[in-house]
Design a protein around this ligand. Structure first.
Ligand code: MRU
Length: 356
């Protein structure tokens, strides 16, 4: 299979600094934003400069390195580590990968400081090594998901996706779009219908941009057009990513995903969720215990500074919804495809994932 090469870095560590591709400026402008400190990273996460669960995990991992910075004394190093980890973890609540990335590096930091060997500068170097490894691991998870998911797709097909679960949302080629890229690279004729994904248009701005660059045929539709696409028989499979998968298989994902799962069931189309095991939270028993981020009303009242709604109108803006496990045809992880995920099968699947 040909390697998938997209030609941009969603995030990278460059000259002692985390650098992010500023997704708020895409698709018009490809600009990289250096992140000098934790407040700058928290701001970037809140504004969705960097977004998508696995990419948030990688950014959080590098963020802990940013937090300790050049602290040369143990107490200060530890204090910066804890304050930074707390602020980063809290920046966005739904995507569990953010906490996973932060916790992985912070735990190593605590251990190094406890052991007390070497100097804080040596510990910082170890944290950076570990954050880089976490990032590389995420890229490998995406490749494996792509490989397993591509096998599910017919030789010629149209995939419906929502939001952006591509390279821009991960440290690699993406999860849902990783499946599409892998199928495309394997010679399958895959086309994509991308929902625009109101209110922040990740589908229109990001998914359409990266699929176009990759040479994958993509057609954009407004979110409300999904029903007509199923009715017209245009959709062969739905493939979406996830922000958190609960222990019973319920899936938190960008607002507007539940209707797609229901439509897929109604029209007999498979509904696949592509996510690495780092997105599975066995500590969350079911979807009701997943915290759903509520964002500002202005995002719904208008877009990019242009206000569409009447002044003062109230708006609700939950950033995610939770699709019940019963509507999921299969969960595609780095380990393979888990059909109809449920509590027991998901626990076993994850145990297999963590044991290699
Ligand atoms: O609010 P966002 O843009 O961070 O939401 C992201 C998504 O819904 C993604 O599709 C999800 O994190 C999966 S990313 C591989």
């Amino acid at each position: 299979m040909a390697a998938v090469e997209l030609g941009f870095d969603t995030l990278r560590w460059q000259e002692d600094c985390l650098v992010l591709l500023d997704q708020t400026r895409l698709p018009r402008e490809e600009r990289y934003l250096p992140i000098p400190d934790v407040p700058a990273l928290v701001d970037a996460i809140l504004r969705l400069v960097v977004r998508g669960a696995p990419a948030l995990g990688c950014a959080g991992a590098y963020g802990v390195v940013t937090a300790v910075g050049d602290a040369a004394e143990r107490q200060e190093w530890l204090q910066r580590l804890e304050a930074g980890a707390t602020a980063l973890r809290a920046a966005r609540p739904t995507a569990v990968n953010l906490a996973v990335g932060v916790d992985r590096i912070a735990a190593l930091g605590r251990r190094l400081a406890d052991e007390g060997q070497g100097r804080p500068a040596d510990w910082t170097a170890r944290l950076l090594e570990s954050a880089r490894a976490f990032h590389a691991e995420d890229a490998a998870l995406c490749r494996a998901i792509g490989h397993h998911g591509a096998e599910l797709l017919p030789e010629t097909c149209t995939v419906l996706t929502h939001c952006n679960a591509g390279a821009l949302a991960t440290g690699g080629i993406g999860t849902a779009l990783g499946v599409v890229y892998a199928a495309h690279a394997a010679g399958k004729r895959v086309a994509v219908i991308a929902d625009e994904t109101r209110p922040l248009l990740q589908g229109a701005r990001l998914t359409a941009w990266e699929l176009q660059r990759a040479g994958v045929p993509v057609r954009l539709q407004c979110d409300g057009a999904a029903g007509s696409a199923f009715q017209a028989g245009l959709v062969d499979a739905v493939v979406v990513g996830a922000d958190r998968v609960a222990a019973n298989g319920d899936v938190a994902k960008k607002i507007g995903t539940i209707p797609l799962a229901q439509l897929a069931r109604e029209f007999g189309v498979p509904f696949y969720v592509a996510a690495p095991s780092t997105t599975v939270d066995l500590g969350c028993p079911d979807g009701r215990s997943i915290p759903v981020e509520q964002r500002g009303a202005d995002e719904v009242r208008g877009y990019a500074g242009a206000v569409a709604a009447p002044d003062g109108v109230e708006a609700r803006n939950p950033a995610f919804d939770v699709t019940p496990a019963a509507l999921v045809t299969g969960l595609i992880t780095e380990r393979g495809v888990l059909a109809s995920p449920g509590a027991a099968s998901l626990a076993a699947h994850c145990a297999a994932a963590s044991s290699g």
